[in-house]
Design a protein around this ligand. Structure first.
Ligand code: GUN
Length: 282
């Protein structure tokens, strides 16, 4: 069996095109243009690239975007003051504070101050709680992208055995909760899991999010499984995922490449969350 390669770039472009159409409709019917504020503190080069990509995507779908670039020595209080100001603005529907923040700033305190109804990153404990009780509003973008790739690649989720390798707060745990919401039987694996290979071999849906290059071996893959590889690891051989791609692709029904799988989905889901935030404000 040779797997379908799940094209995250194409699916991301499709979703952004869908969002652009909905933005047009919102403008025509309600005279409202979604607005996203992106806040960057300091000069981390990777963060600068992410923020610029987010701004570009906003412009392409027809959002208003405002970028705030604050100096690295910004105080926690000043950042929170800006967040509060943005919470109060009717033309801003989504607020994203790019992480990581400089050491003098307590990330948790900043995130707690974002209005949960503008929390398009889905990082506020209120939105995490909504996900836990099965009533998600804003789901963080990478986990939401994982589910979207599964659905759009034709994976059967109802009653499927889903195995999530990795238990981080930003990917593993929320992905597991979303899969549960899709009526999968979910197993979360981590560094202490006994016989990880045997658990993975039961998976109809396998999500790898550990950050260890090619840790999930090809012969751990069940015939016909759908594999979503969230890992992006820089090695001597270039970028590789958490899954042994070539060997896994021989057994899987469908698999995401690295790069070009989950990566491009994050921005698409941010666009969708921002549209939803504007819709909530109607
Ligand atoms: N830094 C890296 N990824 C993200 C993200 O998705 N959201 C925010 N706010 N910061 C990030």
């Amino acid at each position: 069996m040779t797997a379908q390669i799940i094209d995250g770039k194409q699916i991301s472009a499709d979703i952004r095109a869908e969002v652009a159409l909905d933005v047009q409709k919102m403008q025509e019917e309600h005279g409202l243009t979604p607005g996203l504020a992106v806040v960057l503190v300091g000069e981390d080069p990777a963060s600068q690239v992410y923020v610029n990509n987010k701004e570009k995507a906003c412009n392409e779908v027809g959002f208003n975007s405002i970028k705030y670039e604050l100096p690295a020595n910004t105080s926690e209080d000043d950042l929170i003051k800006l967040v509060e100001e943005l919470n109060g603005r009717a033309d801003i529907h989504g607020i994203l504070v790019q992480l990581p923040l400089p050491d003098q700033i307590d990330e948790e305190r900043v995130l707690l101050n974002i209005d949960p109804d503008k929390d398009v990153d889905g990082f506020h404990p209120m939105n995490v709680g909504r996900l836990v009780v099965g009533a998600p509003v804003f789901v963080s973008c990478t986990p939401a992208g994982v589910i979207e790739l599964l659905k759009r690649s034709g994976a059967e989720l109802e009653g499927a055995n889903a195995v999530v390798v990795g238990r981080s707060n930003i990917v593993g745990k929320p992905v597991a909760l979303l899969l549960l919401g899709e009526n999968c039987t979910v197993t979360i694996c981590h560094s202490r899991t006994r016989d990880l290979a045997a658990v993975c071999r039961q998976a109809d849906v396998l999500v790898a999010a550990v950050g260890v290059p090619e840790m999930v071996k090809g012969d751990w893959v069940k015939e016909g499984a759908t594999i979503i590889d969230v890992g992006i690891n820089r090695t001597e051989d270039g970028l590789v995922g958490d899954v042994e791609f070539e060997a896994a692709a021989e057994r899987a029904r469908a698999i995401t490449p690295v790069p070009g799988g989950v990566g491009p989905m994050t921005i698409a889901m941010l666009m969708r969350n921002t549209l939803k935030a504007a819709d909530l404000a109607l």
